[in-house]
Design a protein around this ligand. Sequence first.
Ligand SMILES: Nc1nc2c(ncn2[C@@H]2O[C@H](COP(=O)(O)OP(=O)(O)OP(=O)(O)O)[C@@H](O)[C@H]2O)c(=O)[nH]1
Ligand SMILES: [Mg+2]
Length: 346
Amino acid sequence: MFEKLKQKLKRIVERVGKKAAPEVPPEVPTRGPEVPSKAPPKILPHEKPGKKVKRAMKRILRKRLAPADVDDIVWDLQVGLLESDVAVPVADHVIERVKEGLTGRKLGRGEDPKKLAGEVLRQAIQEVLTTEQKVDLLKFIEAKRARGEPAVMVFVGINGHGKTTTIAKLARYLMGHGYKVVLAAADTYRAAGIEQLEIHAERLGVEVIKQRRGADAAAVAYDAIAHAKARGFDVVLVDTAGRMQTDVNLMDEMRKICRVAKPDLTIFVGDALTGNDAVEQARTFDQAVGIDGSILCKMDADARGGAALSISHVTGKPILFLGTGQGYEDLVEFKPEIILNALFGD
Ligand SMILES: Nc1nc2c(ncn2[C@@H]2O[C@H](COP(=O)(O)OP(=O)(O)OP(=O)(O)O)[C@@H](O)[C@H]2O)c(=O)[nH]1
Ligand SMILES: [Mg+2]
């Protein structure tokens, strides 16, 4: 995961180590040409020699990053982030933080500039991965269950980015936590949309509510919710057709599904491999129906990392899960540490 970006960040950290040059002591003013400029400064009468030596040592061992060096490093960082398809505002935020963290920083004896750079960078990236808005899915479902209501989740996104697979993975995950799950086959648009969900459901032993192809998707979602209420299901996962954000009719259809289903959580499912496009799509879907969070799929194949680094900062909505493969078990609860460890771990 993120091998390319990891290497880039590593190189930046290495450069900080090289740039953190020893601080040059101020030149001793000389009286005339006969005094060699490198002559050791005289010991002041009130100072003990030991103290003086110690002070000089401390000076030499102390290192400082000059603003020009920081600018140089930051430029490299900016190029590295943008090449990794990190969204511009996210790259800007990281760069600002790194600048603040490094400029003029003096390093004491024994302090490792590479370690400092790694920490500053890690902190900056942690910030862009953390949103004010949080979703604790299991707690949320539990609270709804306590009120005797099913938690309704609608999944939206572009064609082929992983909605149906993610719903299957999530159904397994939630059943593993003891919840009764029902699926709504509200992708009535694509030819094999319903069958695909049914195949997963059969393998997992989950019930599916469906109608025929071409039926009103909102009605399918409505039926599934009514069924869940009547039969005491805890969670309804609504699959929807994939759609481009530019397709006006399908975007209207999605709005209708959300109006009718009144989901507790609307989740954008994005493909990490599409990088910044996934971030822009999340933003458009958020504007259309108001998303509560994202799930990023295909993280197993993503070497750049741009989408994962950008999507929550740009939308202000948290990432809930990461899809890390095609198997049902390849779903990981999101924590910033997963990304941070992938980027900065050994
Ligand atoms: N490697 C990998 N492949 C994934 C992941 N998630 C989904 N896929 C694959 O991506 C392809 C498309 O997934 P679907 O779940 O059908 O995508 P969708 O969004 O439902 O597609 P539409 O119904 O056409 O909109 C399938 O071949 C999945 O196996 C993942 O996390 N990693
Ligand atoms: Mg699908």
